[in-house]
Design a binder for this molecule. Structure first.
Ligand code: SAM
Length: 269
């Protein structure tokens, strides 16, 4: 893979501009998380397109589009998939029948409309015709276990060697993304570098099984910590009182702050 890697100074500038654009927009993404998406899209780990599952009003879509533009002409492809009708039990309540008009307005205002290929429908309706190799698979749609697992099963076969996969809300009470990340990623020999940023869990896919003992030890350690969270939130358990407090303490044991530019370069080099 040959392309010019964006410098730390240019990345900081890109993030400053992107965060200003996002400030006025509704959505479910913290600054730490939007910064992570900006880094993953601006500094590619492989060839291929970006696929976003779950766009809502376009907050993450805009961060990805602005960053992909900086990644060089071979890395600009970006797909956004959402029925825009908030159709599952884990989605935010919509005050209007569809988030699509606001999604379009937001993309237009951010100047990224032409950069995004939009599929207005469910991820599983796109899957049968999907052919593109993916460099960054961003899963933020249906957070039930069935929903997150379906998205992983349908689209992970399209990950390019070295690609990044990321799930939103792995450190929140929905058990779907957290369980899939623990079982299908941390326990898989084909994922290596990994971590958390905000409530995003991310990992790098490798066609050949990973044998580096440092990476395997890190995966084992994260798995042990994550399993304790899954045990509290699994099977649709409502958490309150003592379990909620326990959850918060256990979550603190998982490092999930901002990723430094140099650490990302090291992870995807
Ligand atoms: C948490 S929101 C996404 C937030 C968005 N990424 C942002 O940055 O604001 C979840 C979205 O996923 C969509 N959704 C739910 N199930 C889906 C599926 N199977 N495929 C695609 N989108 C889905 C919902 O319509 C909703 O807009």
């Amino acid at each position: 893979m040959s392309h010019k890697i964006i410098s730390e100074q240019d990345f900081d500038q890109l993030w400053e501009q992107t965060s200003k654009t996002l400030q006025t927009m509704a959505g479910h993404l913290t600054d730490t998380e939007a910064r992570f998406l900006t880094m993953a899209a601006a500094i590619p780990a492989s060839r291929g397109v970006i696929l976003e599952i779950g766009s809502f009003k376009g907050r993450s879509t805009i961060a990805l589009a602005k960053a992909a533009e900086k990644a060089g002409s071979a890395h600009t492809g970006l797909w956004a998939v959402d029925p825009f009708t908030s159709p599952t039990e884990t989605c935010p309540d919509l005050e209007v029948p569809s988030s699509y008009p606001e999604f379009c307005d937001n993309l237009k205002r951010a100047g990224v409309t032409d950069q995004v290929e939009v599929f207005q429908g469910f991820s599983y309706d796109l899957a049968p015709t999907w052919k593109e190799k993916i460099r960054f698979l961003w899963i933020d749609g249906d957070h039930t276990y069935k929903g997150a697992k379906t998205d992983f099963d349908l689209f992970s076969p399209f990950l390019e060697d070295g690609a990044i996969i990321a799930f939103h809300d792995t450190l929140h009470s929905h058990d779907g993304p957290c369980r899939v990340f623990a079982n299908d990623i941390l326990l898989s020999p084909n994922f290596g570098e990994c971590g958390f940023s905000g409530s995003i869990a991310w990992a790098r896919y490798h066609k050949q099984p990973v044998t580096d003992e440092t990476l395997l030890a890190k995966k084992r350690s994260l798995y042990k910590k994550l399993c304790k969270l899954v045990a509290i939130t699994c099977l649709g358990q409502e958490i309150s009182g003592l379990p909620k407090l326990q959850y918060r303490v256990l979550r603190l044991l998982i490092p999930h702050g901002n990723i430094k530019h140099q650490d990302w370069i090291k992870a995807v080099a």
